[in-house]
Structure formats: structure tokens, C-alpha cells
Design a binder for this molecule. Structure first.
Ligand SMILES: Cc1ncc(COP(=O)(O)O)c(C=O)c1O
Length: 371
């Protein structure tokens, strides 16, 4: 089932009849109306590394409770979420900056730390491209350093390429789902010149279970040039709501803040994020279900002779042994959407881990086109 189509119905089911009726005031009557089926209902969407299980039921309830507050600016909710995130990450409140998705955090970093006068952006190739585009728009030089043979960041080369400006480390990396080992990242941060900003994007942090992986948030206290980005879009299933944040020392947050519009995170996303953090099952269930479906699809692909880059995320990068672009199109014609072409890895297909039934649909279509 398409994740896009479930949300409204599931919302009403989860709330129960009473709460759903409360939601069904004239301005918010969707729970009581017949629901139009999107044209794409039959599409299996494995293209955007979304969480197919959706937000926590606690988050859905919190959003329904927040409807009446939609006419208010979200100051109190901002304070509450910042407080919760500071506690979660063992930092002070002034070390957290919220964003309209972590995408906004990446943009703020590019605007604050890169540009023709501020310095270049150094990033891996391939990696999550958003920040590269922001840096370019900002007039910055962008240096791409190929991943190493283990699909980790080539940190010595990235260090050599950087002087001032910003180094972007995506760990686990999108699109390869690979990690850069914690000792390498730690050493790199220890050695990075103080005038070089290091942004570590931990969007997929919760999915990584390798003993070689760890968050670098604990290093922030000793490194004024380190910023760590996190998101509610992945394990918390809130991609459509838009909420992310970063952790850094207070001085860095204060440099970034003037680049941000006021109130960029909406009250629904804030309410959902606060409630999600209070749901201990959300992370545990999300990890477990992802691992189960990933184990299923990777063992099937192994049996078919298609290797993958070992995945530490909610997606896999499959070596399809031929140019991937026609295969992406052929899958699309069979209503299966997978990731776009990543030019640095033209024979690899990025496939998001959906529900097991979605992975079955993917495998069945893939068998047809790759035979
Ligand atoms: C590595 C990485 N960082 C950041 C983002 C942006 O996420 P958000 O939805 O929080 O803006 C994504 C989205 O897929 C991502 O893959």
C-alpha cells in the first residue's frame, strides 16, 4: 500500500471515533469525508528513504490535539522540543537549533560557512547532494572527493582539500548506506583546523548498528567547529511534517541563527516531534522492522547474484551489473519507484527498505526486468 494514501485513514482509525469526530470540525473535516484515492495508490514507493510505518500513534494524537493551536505562533512548542532534545543529547538548550527538516539545517550551514569569501564546501562523491547545491548558489567552490574503496569518506583527502569553509560528512552516507568508521571520524575531527567547520549529517543514525559506528555528538563539547544534523524524517516517520535540528556549541548556533526565518518549524511538526520522543517504541520498532525487511530483500538479492554495499541505513545500494538508468525506468513502468541515478555509481540502484510486502513487489518486478 502506498504510504501517502494511508495517513489520513490511519489517522482517523488511530484516534478512534470520538477523537476523529472532534477533529472533523468544518475546517478540518477530512476524517469524516470520503477520501479521494491518489492516482498513485498502486505505486510502490522505494525512492526517498522514507519510513513506511509512519509516525508514532502518540505523534498523531499530539497533532490532533494541536489543531486548535494552529492560530498561534509555536514559541512554547519550540521551547519544549528544544528542552527535550537538549536532554536527549546531553547538551544545553542553547546548543540546539531546530530546522524545517534537517534540509533547512544543511542550507543554513552552507549559507553561514561557505561562499566566495567564506570558503568552499568539501563533500564526498556520491553523497546527499542538497548541501552542494546550496553552497553553489552561495557562490562557493564545491570540491567532491570520491568515497574510498570501502565506500567510507576519504577523510585524509577531504582534509587536504579543505582550508576554510565547510566539510560535509554524511554518516551513514546517502546514497551508499555505508558508514565511515568512528575511529576515523574521531581522528579527523580532532585534527581538523579550527577555522574549518565540520558538519556531520546523522540523518540515518538510528538505523546503524555496526560496532564501528557511533554518533559524534559527544565530541561537540571539545570542538567548536563541529555541527551534527539530525532529522525526524527517518526513524520518526515524519518526512512530510518537516522537522530536524542540529547540535553544536552555542557560538556556532548563534552564527547560524540570523540566516534562518523566524518560526520556520510549524506547530504540528513540533507537537509530533515532542510526542515521538516520548514514545520509546517508535525507534525500537522502526529499527526492528527495517532490519527484518532488509534481511529479507538482501538475502533474496544475494541468491539472485546481486551484491549490495553493506547497508547501515533504511535503504540499500544494489550492484545491478549494468547501467542502472534503464532499469529504473523499467521498474517505474511496473509501478515500482526506486532511487534516481547517482552518476558516480552508474551501475548501482538505490532501493529504500519498505514493508516486506513492498519488497516482495520490488523483487517480483526486478526479477522480470533483470532476468
Ligand atoms: C543524508 C540526508 N540528510 C538530510 C536529509 C533531509 O532530510 P529532512 O527531511 O530532514 O530535510 C536527507 C533526506 O533524505 C538525507 O538523506
Amino acid at each position: 500500500m502506498n504510504t501517502v494514501s494511508i495517513s489520513r485513514r490511519r489517522f482517523a482509525q488511530l484516534l478512534g471515533a470520538g477523537a476523529a469526530a472532534a477533529v472533523a470540525k468544518p475546517a478540518f473535516s477530512f476524517a469524516a469525508e470520503p477520501i479521494a484515492q491518489p492516482a498513485t495508490t498502486s505505486v510502490v514507493r522505494l525512492s526517498s528513504n522514507e519510513n513506511p510505518y509512519g509516525p508514532s500513534s502518540k505523534a498523531l494524537k499530539a497533532m490532533s490535539d494541536a489543531f486548535d493551536l494552529s492560530c498561534r505562533y509555536p514559541d512554547e512548542h519550540v521551547d519544549e522540543l528544544i528542552q527535550a532534545l537538549a536532554k536527549l543529547n546531553g547538551v544545553n538548550r542553547d546548543q540546539i537549533l531546530l530546522g524545517d527538516g534537517s534540509g533547512e539545517i544543511l542550507k543554513l550551514c552552507a549559507e553561514t560557512f561557505t561562499g566566495s569569501t567564506r570558503g568552499k564546501l568539501v563533500a564526498a562523491d556520491p553523497t546527499f547532494e542538497a548541501i552542494l547545491n546550496h553552497a553553489r548558489v552561495n557562490g562557493a567552490e564545491v570540491v567532491k572527493v570520491p568515497l574510498n574503496r570501502s565506500f567510507g569518506h576519504d577523510l585524509p583527502k577531504m582534509m587536504a582539500a579543505a582550508k576554510e569553509g565547510l566539510i560535509y560528512i554524511c554518516n551513514p552516507n546517502n546514497p551508499t548506506a555505508s558508514i565511515t568508521p568512528r575511529n576515523e571520524v574521531g581522528e579527523f575531527i580532532a585534527k581538523a583546523p579550527s577555522q574549518t567547520m565540520v558538519l556531520v549529517d546523522e540523518a540515518y543514525y538510528h538505523y546503524a548498528d555496526s560496532p564501528d559506528y557511533e554518533s559524534v555528538i559527544p565530541l561537540i563539547k571539545d570542538h567548536p567547529n563541529l555541527i551534527v544534523a539530525r532529522t525526524f524524517s527517518k526513524i520518526y516517520g515524519m518526512a512530510g511534517l518537516r522537522c530536524g535540528y542540529c547540535v553544536a556549541q552555542r557560538e556556532m548556533i548563534e552564527r547560524m541563527r540570523p540566516h534562518q526565518p523566524w518560526d520556520s518549524v510549524n506547530i504540528m511538526a513540533l507537537a509530533a516531534a515532542i510526542a515521538s520522543l516520548n514514545d520509546p517504541d517508535q525507534v525500537a520498532n522502526g529499527k526492528r522492522l527495517n532490519t527484518e525487511a532488509k534481511t529479507f530483500v538482501t538475502s533474496e538479492l544475494d541468491a539472485m547474484g546481486y551484491k549490495q554495499i553493506p547497508s547501515q541505513a533504511n535503504f540499500i545500494m544494489v550492484d545491478v551489473k549494468r547501467p542502472v538508468a534503464p532499469l529504473i525506468q523499467a521498474l517505474k513502468q511496473r509501478n515500482v519507484q526506486v532511487g534516481r541515478l547517482f552518476p558516480a555509481l552508474p551501475n548501482h540502484m538505490r532501493v529504500t527498505i519498505g514493508k516486506k510486502t513492498e519488497m516482495e513487489s520490488f523483487l517480483s518486478a526486478f526479477r522480470q526486468i533483470a532476468a
